[in-house]
Design a binder for this molecule. Structure first.
Ligand SMILES: Cc1cc2nc3c(=O)[nH]c(=O)nc-3n(C[C@H](O)[C@H](O)[C@H](O)COP(=O)(O)OP(=O)(O)OC[C@H]3O[C@@H](n4cnc5c(N)ncnc54)[C@H](O)[C@@H]3O)c2cc1C
Length: 467
């Protein structure tokens, strides 16, 4: 235990605001990036923080950052640790800045359609507070029951209602952020300013590397008068994808759009599209009718009755399972590291619409050549958002091989080469930091210059995002 560090932090946060015992350091030393899918980043999962700190207000965050900055101690902001890219994995000797006690909903304004929250508020709680005012949160990821507002902003996460409301970053109106040197900035909580370089945008998706979000004003949406959900089954992936593109071209605007097939054992599997439409009853009726017409034209047929309700009801069950099996377990660190008996990965690329099918075709060849199985191809929220779930069929008992890691790099680099981005949903973290120079290209140096200007001593979440 580093007793001097513990004592100094206790002076800033109080004795119950800091811990440095091994169990706590291990508990909050990582996120949901398990060893079975960390690949290149695996060795960094063993980094060990020196202390975990729980501030209760922005003033304590300021005090902690001033102290860490002048002593050159790394600081890793930590929401709920549900990120899957290792963005909240600790660094050796770091202070884990755990924001879970900053969990107050400060205001919900039905008049302004906004909510003001501290960063550690769980998304589900933000949604529930809005619901009591007849409103709702525009970001609805699988992990709504377990992830925080600050974490969702810092990864610019994507959820079920992204088709209607965009990713978490689009929900942000204003932020309060404490910078590495302890200075606080507050941006104006309105949808638009004519001052072009948007300061709050800098902190959206920047994984705690540029500042610590201590308060957020986010949008709240009126609950719709009507909602209709439908499912359509297509004979193969291409047909449904073309239907989705045609819907977009014809102005059909779903609130939820989730499409995918699950190849197993060869042949062209059927693919299912789930869509929902929300708003005034007349608006919904028109859009449903047009969606039906487009899907029929593309060989789609109605899904099984009851299927769509089941899909919607169970949309958060993976997170509920994660809470039970990992977060609430007596040894979450061991659980999260050994959660799967497979080497697998779930990749989420964004590509120009015109490239998606060609990209899928080329990936299928790469994967087949390298003996990697595909469990799912899918599109979520927008036709550009393309995902695949891939598995090293040999299981985790197979001798360690770099095949999976090299294959992942190959398909992500292909997305970049085809004019897309290597990841649209979960962030970069430790896991993909080695591909950031290729991702940003000529933008890499300016991005590093921004980091150096805001955090000259490099204390904020080192090794993540920009490497
Ligand atoms: C079962 C399951 C399902 C998931 N489903 C989805 C999904 O549908 N969509 C999706 O987008 N993601 C999903 N995720 C991933 C994860 O829930 C998201 O990335 C989420 O946004 C992370 O939030 P968190 O509070 O856990 O953040 P953490 O994992 O704790 O942190 C994430 C990053 O944000 C930084 N950070 C956290 N708080 C702050 C702050 N206040 N200021 C500055 N930086 C901060 C951390 O340093 C880190 O870099 C899922 C994860 C699991 C386990």
């Amino acid at each position: 235990m580093n007793t001097a560090l513990h004592r100094d932090l206790a002076r800033i946060l109080g004795e119950d605001g800091v811990a440095s015992d091994t169990e706590t350091l291990v508990r909050f030393g990582g996120d949901a990036l398990g060893a079975y899918r960390a690949f290149r980043a695996t060795s960094q999962l063993d980094s060990r923080a020196a202390a975990v700190a729980w501030p209760t207000d922005s003033g304590q965050v300021t005090g902690l950052l001033r102290y860490a900055n002048s002593n050159r101690i790394p600081v890793v902001p930590y929401g709920a640790g549900t990120g899957v890219m290792g963005a909240a994995v600790s660094a050796d000797g770091a202070i884990v800045l755990n924001l879970q006690r900053m969990n107050n909903i400060l205001d919900v304004s039905a008049g302004d359609f906004t909510a003001r929250t501290q960063p550690g508020v769980i998304l589900e709680d933000a949604h529930a507070a809005m619901k009591s005012e007849g409103l709702r949160l525009g970001h609805d990821p699988w992990s709504r029951p377990i992830a925080t507002v600050g974490g969702a902003i810092s990864t610019d996460g994507v959820g079920y209602t992204a088709a209607a409301h965009g990713p978490m970053g689009d929900q942000v109106l204003g932020l309060e952020v404490v910078l590495a040197d302890g200075e606080t900035i507050r941006t104006r909580a309105v949808p638009k300013s004519s001052y072009g370089p948007s300061l709050e945008r800098l902190f959206i998706g920047s994984e705690g590397t540029l500042g610590v979000i201590t308060e957020a004003t986010i949008k709240a949406f009126r609950r719709p008068e009507s909602r209709v959900m439908r499912s359509f089954v297509f004979p193969e992936f291409e047909a449904g994808f073309e239907a989705i593109v045609a819907m977009q071209a014809e102005g059909v605007s779903p609130a939820v759009m989730d499409y995918g097939d699950e190849p197993a054992g060869g042949g062209a599997p059927e693919a299912t599209l789930y869509v929902s439409f929300e708003g005034f009853a007349a608006h919904v009726e028109t859009h449903v009718a047009q969606a039906e017409s487009v899907c029929t034209r593309h060989d789609g047929r109605d899904g099984e009755p009851g299927e769509v309700e089941q899909y919607w009801r169970t949309r958060h069950s993976s997170a509920e399972r994660y809470r039970e099996e990992v977060l609430n377990s007596p040894d979450p660190a061991a659980r999260r590291l050994r959660r799967s008996s497979y080497r697998m990965d779930y990749l989420h690329m964004a590509l120009p619409i015109s490239q998606v099918l060609e990209y899928r075709r080329r990936c299928a060849l790469i994967l087949e050549e390298r003996d990697i199985g595909v469990r799912e191809w899918s599109v979520w929220g927008r036709p550009e958002f393309f995902s695949m779930l891939i598995v090293d069929e040999r299981g985790s008992d197979a001798p360690e091989s770099r095949n999976m890691e090299q294959t992942i790099d190959a398909v992500l680099t292909l997305a970049q080469d085809m004019g897309g981005t290597m990841e649209y949903c979960h962030g970069i973290g430790l896991k993909l930091a080695h591909l950031t120079p290729a991702e940003l290209g000529s933008g890499y140096k300016p991005a590093r210059d921004i980091k150096a200007a805001l955090d000259p001593n490099g204390i904020l979440n080192p090794g993540k995002l920009l490497g």
